[in-house]
Write a protein that binds this ligand. Structure first.
Ligand code: HEC
Ligand code: HEC
Ligand code: HEC
Ligand code: HEC
Ligand code: HEC
Ligand code: HEC
Ligand code: HEC
Length: 560
């Protein structure tokens, strides 16, 4: 994301305008979709003024302002953010509180219409070709009150984006959502509003993140026993299960657990959420229908002190999830799913069957303050950084590795692998993994972007918990150090928590006396599918082959 104050376009990544349209499709309206970082409305239709004008500034004063600039992700070109054309993005209550969700063949139309409208930025027009304020119109589009809605034709893989939106409130009057009230104004009918949102309202945004990051599946009673438990009628359109465990007060801080990536408000972790322990263990919050864990396995050894409930009860996933994201080759993200690097045999990633995959694990502080093992999907990422050693080579404490903005990487690569980059592992996709390739990219990234500024002063490749840098003292010209223990705030593995898709108890780890799933001593001394499973550490070594670790080596736990 772009800071507020910048001195050149080279410093600007995604600005507030980009974020409101392209990310705001899911990171919803209100707050930063309406107000700039000085607290002014980005654009006030009533007065026809931009927020900066209210502070006495001119367009020339805000050309590099993260709230009022836009840098094209394809060309790097700088322009003014057209808030006067899009309007601002206000809170959209009906998005979550509508009773009737329109779902067609798995596509949630209400979410699609709203998101595609936001993404069109300043390019949206109506039937007559007149400009439509995309941010202001998105809630109406999402409600379905339109007589014409056309999607732009874009290259495959692009998220849907509207080109034409003709708002028509008659559609809402006709389907009974809107009525004309005594004052002659349009109003929502009370019967069309629900207090507790439908699952499809949540899923409209969470499906994309949760399927991609975690292989999560919902609306299937076999793949999630709690979908079945809280939607006994089985009608997916009626289900309100999400809000059963994630209720919310009027502050609308929808309650949450403790995520491990990119979090804010950790002070509210576990406040008000209904966890496994709350519903299933004896206590004031016990759910009347939730069975107690009575099977002897729960009481054996220190099992419940060391392992979370999810550890055993989300034993595997079936839907592939993104396991690797490589931004190094062209500057455009290349993703690899679990089926590429993992398989249905937890001990053998090369097994031909890919219909299942198995999580990794991390230590995490649970609701009751006890640190336990939780399942996770560790996302391995590879990226270019600019390394500032603070003028103290060899002392890591003050070092910063700033990720290089991707449109600038693409300007250097021309959005194609640099000449000489070889596909070592033969999967049809080149990777930057040999020392020679790494050096070639490092040298290239010292070049200038289209604004005449060097892309990085000291480019480094960050991947597989290692940082690769230029070192003239080495015969290869490059060297590396391990990130772990340096204190540098940079990650190559993001642990996405896996907290849903609890399956029937009979499929849990250890079911039917299978102690050998975890205990070598009860597995004929053989490696176990749980503690010796293959967890990806680095997608490409110097030969282009993946590097794995195991829970036993990485977690500091060694069950007998
Ligand atoms: C399709 C919906 C969707 C879009 C589009 C989207 N996000 Fe997200 N994002 C989510 C959801 C849902 C979460 C949080 C919960 C989770 O982890 O599943 C999230 C979480 C995040 C987080 C927190 C941690 C993390 O890495 O997951 C960041 C940062 C983030 N998004 C940035 C962005 C930016 C920047 C954009 C635009 C380029 C964007 N998102 C576009 C749905 C989306
Ligand atoms: C992102 C989804 C979302 C949005 C957007 C949203 N809400 Fe809510 N709202 C919820 C959830 C979840 C609850 C809690 C339901 C529960 O606990 O069963 C809730 C509860 C409420 C309640 C209490 C309802 C009851 O039956 O107790 C009111 C009133 C309310 N919201 C009004 C609003 C208004 C007004 C807006 C727009 C300014 C809004 N909501 C936007 C998700 C949302
Ligand atoms: C408009 C899209 C959208 C809708 C609708 C929506 N969410 Fe979210 N939700 C997000 C995004 C994006 C985040 C991540 C915010 C961040 O990290 O900055 C998020 C965060 C969360 C989190 C916290 C995740 C964490 O990091 O711990 C929970 C829990 C959650 N949402 C549940 C729900 C529920 C339940 C509903 C339905 C009542 C719902 N959401 C509706 C987009 C949405
Ligand atoms: C049976 C209870 C339950 C139901 C039903 C449920 N959740 Fe959760 N959810 C949890 C718990 C518990 C956590 C976090 C546990 C932790 O952090 O230790 C969680 C975590 C999350 C998170 C954080 C990221 C993640 O995926 O783990 C999001 C987002 C979320 N839930 C959204 C939803 C949505 C959307 C729905 C409905 C489609 C839903 N949840 C249904 C219990 C539930
Ligand atoms: C809001 C309360 C609630 C929460 C939170 C909750 N459960 Fe449940 N759970 C239930 C109910 C109710 C049932 C269904 C009982 C029935 O219909 O037989 C159930 C069913 C189950 C079953 C199926 C038992 C069987 O016979 O196959 C398991 C296993 C389970 N839950 C484990 C968990 C785990 C693990 C978590 C945390 C991720 C969790 N539950 C969170 C209420 C809850
Ligand atoms: C070491 C793995 C493991 C852990 C940890 C674990 N479970 Fe279980 N659980 C099982 C297995 C396996 C079964 C199936 C019974 C069997 O075959 O012994 C089961 C069964 C259940 C059942 C069905 C009733 C029964 O006892 O047969 C519930 C409910 C349940 N577990 C909830 C939980 C909750 C809640 C937690 C966390 C407090 C938890 N489990 C932790 C492995 C585990
Ligand atoms: C899902 C994995 C898992 C399964 C299945 C499992 N265990 Fe464990 N068990 C563990 C872990 C992890 C520990 C804790 C080891 C530690 O603290 O170092 C443990 C600890 C123990 C201990 C305590 C011994 C010690 O060294 O502290 C005993 C005894 C034990 N398990 C017996 C069993 C038996 C018998 C079964 C089958 C009925 C079983 N376990 C199934 C994971 C498992």
């Amino acid at each position: 994301m772009a800071g507020k104050d910048n001195t050149s376009a080279s410093e600007i990544d995604k600005t507030s305008f980009f974020w409101t349209g392209k990310c705001g499709a899911c990171h919803p309206g209100g707050g930063p979709g309406e107000f700039d970082r000085d607290g002014e409305l980005y654009y006030d239709i009533a007065t026809g003024e931009f927020g900066y004008e209210k502070l006495g500034l001119t367009a020339a004063d805000v050309i590099h302002d993260g709230d009022y600039a836009f840098v094209s992700p394809s060309s790097g070109g700088l322009s003014a953010a057209a808030w006067n054309k899009t309007g601002v993005s206000e809170p959209d209550c009906f998005m979550c509180h509508r009773s009737a969700m329109e779902v067609n063949g798995g596509t949630i139309n209400n979410a699609l219409w709203r998101q595609a409208t936001l993404r069109s930025l300043a390019a949206l027009v109506d039937d007559l070709g007149a400009s439509v304020p995309a941010f202001a119109a998105a809630p109406t589009a999402g409600a379905g009150w339109h007589s014409n809605f056309v999607l732009a034709s874009l290259p495959p893989g692009s998220p849907p984006q509207a080109s034409v939106l003709q708002i028509d409130y008659q559609t809402g009057i006709a389907n009974g959502e809107l009525k004309v009230n005594d004052a002659g104004k349009l109003a929502l009918k009370g019967s069309e509003i629900v207090g507790s949102p439908r699952d499809y309202a949540c899923w409209g945004c969470h499906s994309i993140a949760d399927t991609k990051k975690r292989g999560r599946e919902w609306f299937d009673p076999v793949k999630d026993v709690h979908y079945a438990a809280f939607n006994p009628g089985g009608d997916p359109l009626a289900s309100q299960a999400c809000a059963t465990c994630h209720p919310s007060g009027m502050d609308h801080n929808i309650v949450k657990g403790s995520e491990m990536v990119g979090t804010v408000r950790d002070d509210t972790d576990y406040l008000g959420i209904r966890t496994c322990r709350d519903c299933h263990l004896a206590g004031p919050e016990k759910h009347p229908r939730a069975p107690l864990p009575t099977s002897p396995l729960h009481g054996t050894g220190d099992h419940l002190d060391v392992m979370s409930c999810e550890f055993c009860h989300v034993p595997f996933k079936e839907l592939p999830a993104q396991l690797v994201i490589d931004n190094t080759v062209t500057g455009t993200s290349v993703g690899f799913n679990t089926d590429v690097f993992l398989s249905a045999d937890p001990l053998d990633p090369n097994d031909p069957f890919d219909d299942k995959w198995y999580p990794g694990f991390v230590w995490k502080v649970d609701e009751d303050g006890v640190t336990r093992l939780f399942p996770t999907k560790p996302l391995a990422s590879a990226w270019w950084g600019d390394w500032d050693d603070g003028g103290t080579p060899g002392v890591f404490g003050d070092d910063v590795i700033q990720p290089v903005i991707l449109w600038r990487v693409r300007q250097i690569t021309g959005n194609a692998p640099l000449a000489g980059t070889v596909d070592d592992n033969g999967d049809g996709i080149a990777e930057v993994n040999t020392e020679a390739e790494t050096l070639a990219y490092i040298l290239a990234l010292k070049g200038n972007d289209s604004h005449g500024n060097p892309v990085a002063a000291r480019p480094v490749l960050v991947r597989g918990e290692k940082v690769w840098y230029e070192d003239g003292g080495q015969p290869s010209g490059v060297n590396h150090f391990e990130l772990h223990g340096t204190g540098i705030k940079a990650e190559t593995t993001a642990p996405f928590g896996i907290n849903h898709n609890v399956r029937a108890a009979a499929t849990a780890l250890g079911a039917a006396g299978s102690c050998g799933a975890c205990h070598r001593g009860l597995n004929g001394g053989q490696p176990t599918p749980v503690f010796d499973r293959m967890v990806l550490l680095d997608p490409f070594d110097l030969n282009g082959n993946p590097v794995y670790t195991t829970p036993r080596t990485s977690l500091g736990i060694n069950p007998f």
